[in-house]
Design a protein around this ligand. Structure first.
Ligand SMILES: NC(=O)C1=CN([C@@H]2O[C@H](COP(=O)(O)OP(=O)(O)OC[C@H]3O[C@@H](n4cnc5c(N)ncnc54)[C@H](OP(=O)(O)O)[C@@H]3O)[C@@H](O)[C@H]2O)C=CC1
Ligand SMILES: N[C@@H](C[C@H]1CC(C(=O)O)=NO1)C(=O)O
Length: 327
């Protein structure tokens, strides 16, 4: 059957990761990259992919089976998600956890009206970590779930810092609190506040003339991203950012610590160790784009989350192969 035709909406770390991930699939083809910048200023990995202006997307609704939205969650997706769900089947990685319900509603209405499928908040957290939190809770109702990230570079938080006026460049690292991790690993079920589980460390390049203290306070007080954490902000040069902070490793784990029967301890753990956060996230977006294409064809329209996706739809392999090899 025809390859699934993918468009990339927004070309940053995630956009590059999606281009790389499609090249590793047997059943997908990349139609083009769509950017708000001048197309001639955007260089793709392969150099072979057509780059088009974002505004040309409405003309491409018949050429693209799934548009993968790679914009930032802080400012891009809240506008691009609903707008593109009216035109295409979409997948995005929206990760402002506190506002996912509102975002779901904002995407669901245009997707339903257009008879399209829009999978939101796909990636690892939210994404496959969410699915594993659900498994833990459903299988072990008597228990506690813990999620730890890092030490690593959060792209959502790095994007959010880059959007602060006066910031010319930035990255944010998330550090898990060792004492909290040890307490959970020891099988305890400690009550841990957000602030007790992680700290956040930012490295920021100031734009010329920007006020460092104004930038610092806007970052540390930022709702949903930093306000609930102990956050440090270090000011560095553009050269240091490029030299010392170009890699984007990350990782973490979800643990469900529960008990069954008369008190038998049961522990479920799902762990990621990522050399490239964006490339892993993009790999999830691409696998879920395959599922969205199939769900749309089956008439499952409107906004969806990873909880709505039957796992078999993620695989390029026929169901009979899965039954034979993976059961
Ligand atoms: N759910 C999950 O597990 C995860 C979610 N994410 C989400 O993915 C989002 C995107 O992350 P990431 O790709 O790292 O963000 P980037 O900052 O790399 O890219 C975001 C957007 O900025 C624009 N852009 C990229 N590079 C440049 C540049 N050099 N100059 C000007 N504009 C540029 C692009 O839009 P355009 O081409 O239109 O200019 C791009 O779509 C994050 O905000 C986060 O919310 C990330 C990781 C995991
Ligand atoms: N969405 C996150 C993926 C993980 C990483 C993270 C964090 O470090 O706070 N939270 O969720 C990202 O943008 O990297």
């Amino acid at each position: 059957q025809h390859p699934i035709r993918i468009g990339i909406g927004g070309y940053g770390n995630l956009g590059r990761g999606v281009e790389a991930a499609i090249a590793k699939t047997p059943d997908m083809t990349l139609v083009g990259v769509f950017t708000r910048r001048a197309p001639e200023t955007v260089t793709t990995l392969s150099g072979q992919v057509p780059v088009h202006p974002w505004d040309s997307l409405p003309e491409r609704t018949e050429d693209i089976d799934v548009l993968v939205l790679c914009g930032g969650s802080k400012s891009d997706l809240p506008e691009q998600g609903p707008a593109m769900a009216a035109l295409f089947n979409t997948v995005d990685s929206f990760d402002t956890h506190a506002t996912i319900p509102e975002y779901f509603a904002a995407v669901d209405a245009p997707a339903r009206a257009a008879g399209r499928t829009a999978l939101i908040s796909c990636g690892w957290d939210p994404g496959v970590f969410s699915v594993n939190r659900l498994f833990g809770e459903a299988l072990l109702p008597d228990g506690e779930t813990y999620t730890f990230w890092g030490r690593g570079l959060s792209q959502g938080h790095s994007d959010a810092v880059r959007r602060v006026p006066g910031v010319a460049g930035a990255v944010q690292y998330t550090l898990p609190a060792d004492a909290a991790v040890e307490a959970v690993r020891a099988g305890g079920r400690p009550e841990l506040s957000t602030r007790e589980k992680h700290t956040r460390e930012c490295f920021v390049v100031l734009a010329d003339g920007a006020d460092a203290e104004a930038v610092r306070s806007e970052i540390v007080g930022m709702p949903h991203y930093f306000a609930d954490y102990d956050t440090t902000v270090n000011f560095i040069t553009a050269e240091e950012l490029e030299r010392d902070h170009a890699a984007m490793p990350h990782g973490g784990f979800v643990i469900r610590s529960g008990s069954t029967g008369e008190g038998n301890s049961q522990v479920v753990e799902y762990r990621l160790a990522l050399e490239s956060n964006p490339e892993f996230t993009a790999s999830a977006l691409v696998a879920y784009a395959r599922a969205v294409h199939r769900m749309s064809a089956a008439g499952q329209h409107g906004a969806k989350t990873v909880f709505d996706v039957a796992p078999g739809l993620l695989s390029p392999r026929p169901a009979a192969d899965l039954r034979r090899d993976l059961l």
